[in-house]
Design a protein around this ligand. Structure first.
Ligand code: FE2
Length: 142
């Protein structure tokens, strides 16, 4: 093993040791909510889509951390008067309400929300509510 390989492996090992617990924690929390008794019935997740098994791809919100908060996107059409995402609701790690963004299918071309969060850490959850296919939950570890 040459010096560069040794350093690369060493950096990767240290990085994994620092970052991996957070990844495992976030992954565990995401799976934990999918194992909740209400998942797949009261609300849905990508892992527990319940009666909407074929709808998960277009309904499960995707959360992304931004410099000022959280960006939430649902890959769902906005067909006015027929089928659209009603709103995104942002919740803290205890499922307390933080904020919501209500969509107007006559004006909003896509269900996209940007929520400002300052000084917050830990898990946040987003609910994406479809007028026909109920509420879908996803989590992001800040
Ligand atoms: Fe839908």
């Amino acid at each position: 093993m040459n010096r560069r390989s040794f350093i690369r492996i060493g950096v990767a090992g240290v990085s994994t040791g620092i970052i991996a617990p957070e990844i495992v924690l976030a992954s565990t929390m995401g799976k934990e909510i999918s194992r909740n008794n209400m998942a797949g019935g009261v609300f849905y997740t990508k892992e527990s889509p319940g009666r909407w098994a074929k709808k998960a791809g277009a309904h499960s919100p995707v959360l992304e951390k931004t410099a000022s908060g959280v960006h939430v996107v649902t890959g769902h059409p906005m067909n006015q008067g027929k089928h659209w995402i009603i709103k995104h609701v942002l919740l803290d790690s205890d499922f307390n309400f933080i904020a919501e963004n209500i969509f107007d299918p006559a004006k909003d071309k896509a269900p996209i929300s940007d929520f400002s969060l300052s000084g917050r850490s830990g898990a946040v959850y987003a609910l994406s509510v479809c007028n026909l296919h109920d509420s879908w939950l996803a989590m992001l570890e800040l």
